[in-house]
Design a binder for this molecule. Structure first.
Ligand SMILES: *Cc1c(COP(=O)(O)O)cnc(C)c1O
Length: 362
């Protein structure tokens, strides 16, 4: 068996101990006589799996009791529609556009009401995150929507927007569980699992109880947060296996020491890569320093041919999926929780070697 260092933005690496545990339990889980994939979602063994996944996520993220945790499907993209369908009581929302996903979220919300773009960083190809303050928001907005970490552009909010009484909604798909956050500052958080939580197919929604129960007329039953909450995310069959693997990831994080410990590791990991990039004569990071993501690190050589050569040689050396998104070009190393520190150290060593070999004569 030979595993590569997978820098994919998503679906992305899972912790090896999680995969090993899933492998061990693949055919028969916990004395149930069957695979998790074969279980009824309403059976006792499965109930134990989903309940412990929720309990462990609550513990990890210190989710207050007045928040519901929902295990849904449809990806973060379906939440672009579900959020306005459920939260737009007055039909108005404020959006901050800091990348491609927040733009998509705003465009989708326009189908359901009046969307105001409070700020955007499109002017500099989303290389920074706009700074907004309380007075920038519409007093009658139903919510303010942000994307906390911009997966494609490698930028992150270095502050939490102060929205006063207006609920703050955040797409945290690419940085949930990367560090501790104060849940009470948010009305709703959502994230697709396949970046930092588990396999694709699961979308986690964490929502303050008082915000649910007001879905607009015509909202499909399955998309109504109240229906999902009242049915413990089992209005229909949930993404059973993805929830099980995400549960193993939550256990792995708890054993590691929780999110404060994970953040320390992530800061150290990203620091090693950014320190090299800052000293390199060949590679340049694309995100403004103050908004650098510790999950997605974007960089370029400034020469498309050289970028191509780098990606191809990197892949041969076992560093795969490092090509940047087409809207930024260059490279993107997604270094989520599961990327071992050693993977980054080896990547940096590989990059320095590539730099030495290719800088000559330029
Ligand atoms: C990946 C991603 C999405 C899209 O997620 P899907 O699960 O594919 O719908 C949305 N927002 C952010 C921030 C992402 O990283």
């Amino acid at each position: 068996m030979s595993r590569v260092y997978n820098f994919s933005a998503g679906p992305s690496m899972l912790p090896l101990p999680v995969l090993e545990k899933a492998q061990k339990e693949l055919i028969e889980q916990g004395g149930s006589g069957m695979s998790v994939m074969e279980m009824s979602h309403r059976s006792k063994p499965y109930e134990a799996i989903i309940n412990s996944a929720e309990a462990n996520l609550r513990k990890l993220m210190e989710i207050p009791d007045n928040y519901k945790v929902l295990f849904l499907q449809g990806g973060a993209t379906l939440q672009f529609a579900s959020v306005p369908m459920n939260l737009m009581k007055k039909g108005k929302a404020d959006y901050i556009v800091s990348g491609q996903f927040s733009k998509k979220a705003a465009d989708e919300a326009k189908k359901f009401g009046e969307v105001r773009i409070v700020a955007s960083s499109a002017d500099k190809n989303f290389s920074y995150v706009p700074t907004v303050s309380k007075s920038d928001f519409s007093t009658d907005a139903d919510y303010v929507h942000i994307c906390s970490n911009n997966t494609i552009f490698g930028t992150v909010y270095n502050y939490t927007p102060e929205t006063g009484d207006i609920p703050l909604v955040a797409d945290m798909s690419s940085n949930i569980l990367s560090k501790p956050i104060d849940i009470s500052k948010y009305g709703l958080i959502y994230a697709g699992a396949q970046k930092n939580m588990g396999p694709a197919g699961l979308t986690v929604v964490i929502v303050r109880e008082d915000l649910i129960g007001n879905a607009r007329a015509g909202t499909p039953t399955i998309l109504d947060y109240k229906v999902q909450a009242d049915n413990d995310s089992m209005y229909n069959t949930p993404a059973c296996y993805s929830i099980y693997v995400a549960g193993l990831v939550f256990e792995w994080l708890l054993e590691l020491g929780g999110l404060a410990e994970m953040e320390k590791i992530n800061v150290r990991k990203a620091g090693k890569l950014y320190d090299y990039l800052d000293s390199s004569l060949m590679f340049k990071p694309t995100a403004e320093k103050a908004y650098r993501s510790i999950m997605n690190v974007c960089f370029v050589t400034g020469d498309e041919e050289l970028d191509k050569k780098f990606c191809s040689e990197a892949a041969k050396a076992g560093f795969v999926n490092i090509k940047g998104h087409r809207s930024v070009g260059g490279m993107r190393a997604s270094i989520y929780n599961a990327m071992p520190e050693e993977g980054i150290e080896k990547l940096v060593a590989f990059m320095s070697e590539f730099e030495k070999n290719n800088l000559k004569g330029r």
